[in-house]
Design a protein around this ligand. Sequence first.
Ligand code: F6R
Length: 608
Amino acid sequence: MCGIVGYIGEKQAATLLVDGLKRLEYRGYDSAGVSLMNGKGVETRKAKGKIAMLEKAISSQPIHGKVGIAHTRWATHGPPNECNAHPHHDCTGKISVVHNGIIENYGPLRAMLKKTGHTFVSDTDTEVLAHLIEAAFDGNLEDAVVDALALVEGTYGIAVLSADDPEKIVAARKGSPLLIGIGEGENYVASDVAAILAHTRQVVYLDDGEMAIVKRDGYQVCDLDQQTIKKRVNRIEWDLDQIEKGGFDHFMLKEIMEQPHTIENTMRGRLVTEEGFSKLGGLNLTMDDLQNLDQIIITACGTSWHSALIGELMIEEHARIRCEVEYASEFRYRNPIVTDRTLCVVISQSGETADTLAAMREAKRRGAKTLGLVNQVGSTIAREDDGGIYLHAGPEIGVASTKAFTSQVIALALLTLKLGRLRNMSVVQGREIAQAMEALPGQIQSILDRAKEIEKIAEAFVDATNFLYLGRGYNFPVALEGALKLKEISYIHAEGYPAAEMKHGPIALIDADMPVVFIAPHDSVFDKVVSNVQEVKARGGRVIAITSRHEDSLDGKIDYEFRIPQTIDMLNPVLAAIPLQLLAYYIAAKRGLNVDQPRNLAKSVTVE
Ligand code: F6R
């Protein structure tokens, strides 16, 4: 979604800001812009489309200045065009604003401002902010921002410049992530640490209701009553090469290939194999809390929701605690039964998804303890949950989630071990699970070493227009995930179904043009899946099967086969997901599509 980067220091800011925007490209955007203080006033360049277009606009009309703000826009109010791109300005052109989020009452505010003589040039909600700040400005930018924000309903992460108070950037946050990057004689503002990691690792995360006045030689954080707030400085442990492609054609492929290491990182120091146990330091739950739980609700969106479905099966099978999975967007608006013995597990790669955050806050309000399974360190969910398990998968840049998914499943397996062993899981059973988990990195590597086999299968389906993914038990959520991966990056329509449900409707679709992917490793429901394969074959469907060993019962029934190593049922999703990620990747790449930034999608969905 939208991205913000700001700079104040001694360097020429244009290139630095544009480079920062490039690091945010992965989040999805449709236009971009930059404003600089040029010594006389604010000067702005904007462009529709890719950042390369903005670079072109800057090189044909260069701008200079050492203080500036920049933005990538993901259209909400008004089409993606140069006029609607940020930064936006007031009537005088002296105030410049970039904004992530949505100003919900922009309609009445715009009408009120128009009545008092303000002229609007864009369709955006953001433009009202520039005019509100103009109306309130009396020589001091932070005072004007405070007055303007008092009138605003909705969500925002903003960065503001004023030619009449030029030695600062004012930033404020409510509902949209924002941080300050601390340098030497220079400072930064950004919505995502990736934008500034090339310059500093020291960051201060703003919380909702906070404003920052950022100058060359320091910064001050306060609330909207301008009371100073003391903030912790965090050190970012990521390396720059983690947010670069490192020789791969796409971030998605790089991230798929990283999975032996990323799941190892999720397990590191947490798995106590001998005792069949897991140590999870960040839960912040007492032994009593854990033993007294009578219900777990897992809430998430998209791919994270798929891992939640796997978590539900693990927890009910092995820890014997009632567990429900809810789409975060639905949970937040219904009247769920939540008590103080409910644990609400919140899964989010980014830790910023608006629906997931709202669902977590709702669960908290209703008395539940909340536990975040989050990848992005320091993100809002990670800061607001009661406890958590960081995924430690490293930055995920490709819009299609891959390594975060497998790490989420691992984190859920660790949680299952912890809860199960506190109840009736024996040490032998716990040890069996832990040993199977330990084997996963090597097993994933053995799949990745055979990526070419998947690439060959992909070649046969580049022109397909529909796909069906079928699986049962633990592999049904994998079918959903496989279908989601394919549709989001290749734009091929794909559905995931529980294999046996096929005969209740989707079977009508089966013909020679309908490829059907079966996730059919040898597990407790394998024999049942074979009859579903038979049903597809009998109707002329083309079958791609993910299996784990030779099965006589499948002889003559499958057109393409890819074998994954054998593991225990609950961990099959980790292995089965890998060939499906690769299949989606190769099909999309062979169709010549922009794999890392599929159309209409954003990496972290910070609007409702
Ligand atoms: C799909 C994908 C999305 C996200 C969803 C939730 O590949 O990436 O479906 O899983 O938007 O995002 P997070 O996990 O950041 O809350």
